[in-house]
Design a protein around this ligand. Structure first.
Ligand code: WQD
Length: 364
């Protein structure tokens, strides 16, 4: 690279903060941004011209995911290794960057584990969110997107789930922790008229970026259906256990609202844009509005990959609901967002990621 080119690149980076207001790009803190949904959201934010700062303790993620994000976008991600439960880390971070908004993914998310370790879940998910909100208050950051979950509707909610339903009543500490943070956000927004909050209630995110460079890479034995199927397909797992086929559904297996993780990531960008013109706290379902059974997903994956997925039906998994999916009309009407990608797209992209990375990021 010539001296002239090098000097001009340095000039661009020197003057970039002064141009930012004119190109409507923002500085966004993405906590948990090295994780599955966080890394996919970082790709969408960078693609929109925003500057992305990721805070991640890498307890359930791999820094390699951020290198892949940079390869996809050909833009830099600022990575800070740290934890939202460390107030000193947050003070240092908010002193270093002038954030326009925060997207909060960091937290624990395994339902079964939350039953075994409730204090860890309430500390990481609730206390961590409180520390983050206190740092935002101290540094006058007023835009917050929260990674919430459909589990907060609880066991008795009528399907399809709509945002006006009474929430709470989840039968596991994971779902309860998400519900508690939503209550905190609602109260915080009532106390501060300048605060803008979007609480995004995810249904079942699956799939991977079409580049095949980033995807879901759970630690240990996957809890969730799709990564388990994908690991069977690459020979890492022998057989899929189908947790019950005696539910009151057409084929006896549970029905869920699976949505493509890139659709979900795009939903975060839409929510961020919505925050720019709105105050207060609002909840939005991010789902397709369509349900598929476990066996529907197995068949779709086999059709997309050409790989037979051996499975055995075993007893039901405790805590599983037979059926739930989203009423997704509010996100479409208010955010202008709707899921576009089909189940087949989700399977094709999952298979590309897993077959290119049989051991996830460990293959690097
Ligand atoms: C889907 C279906 C299982 C694995 C969870 C969290 C939820 C959200 C999404 C964060 C169920 C069946 C699964 C397997 C199977 N996460 N299954 N064999 O439980 O709907 O939701 O992930 O917000 O909070 O609860 O997703 O993928 O675990 O299960 O038969 O090896 O697949 O019984 O019917 P779930 P899942």
């Amino acid at each position: 690279m010539s001296t002239f080119h090098y000097a001009s690149i340095r000039l661009v980076f020197y003057f970039e903060p002064y141009f930012r207001p004119f190109v409507n790009s923002m500085v966004i803190l993405v906590t948990g941004g090295a994780g599955y949904i966080g890394s996919h959201t970082a790709v969408e934010l960078l693609s929109q011209g925003h500057k992305v700062v990721v805070l991640d303790d890498l307890s359930n993620a791999c820094e390699e995911s951020l290198s892949r994000v940079e390869r996809i976008c050909n833009r830099k991600v600022h990575f800070v290794h740290g934890n939202v439960c460390d107030p000193n880390c947050l003070t240092s971070l908010f002193s270093r960057f002038k954030f326009d908004a925060v997207i909060h993914f960091a937290g624990c998310k395994a339902v079964g584990e939350s039953v075994r370790k409730p204090l860890d879940y309430y500390h990481n998910n609730v206390t961590g969110s409180l520390f983050l909100l206190e740092a935002m208050k101290k540094f006058d950051v007023k835009k917050f997107v929260f990674s919430s979950s459909a589990t907060i509707y609880g066991q008795k909610a009528p399907v399809p789930y709509v945002e006006t339903l009474k929430t709470g009543g989840a039968l596991n500490p994971y779902g309860s922790s998400k519900w508690m943070v939503e209550q905190i956000l609602i109260d915080a927004a009532k106390a501060d008229s300048e605060l803008s909050v979007a609480m995004l209630r995810y249904f079942n995110p699956i799939g991977a970026h079409p580049s095949g460079l980033i995807g879901e890479d759970p630690l240990g034995v996957p809890n969730n259906l799709l990564p388990f199927i994908a690991q069977v397909a690459v020979g890492k797992r022998e057989v899929l256990s189908v947790f019950g086929d005696d539910y009151e559904t057409p084929d006896g297996t549970c029905i869920r609202d699976y949505l493509h993780v890139v659709d979900l990531a795009e939903g975060h960008v839409k929510a961020l844009n919505w925050l720019m013109g709105h105050k207060g706290a609002e909840a939005f379902n991010l789902g397709t509005g369509t349900g598929f059974s476990v066996l529907d997903v197995v068949k779709a994956f086999e059709a997309a990959s050409g790989v037979v997925i051996p499975y055995q039906v075993v007893s039901r998994r405790s805590g599983d609901l037979a059926v739930f999916w989203a009423d997704a009309t509010k996100a479409k009407a208010v955010l202008g967002w709707e899921a576009k990608r089909t189940l087949n797209d989700m399977m094709i992209d999952t298979w590309r990621w897993q077959s290119l990375n049989p051991n996830g990021y460990a293959d690097t």
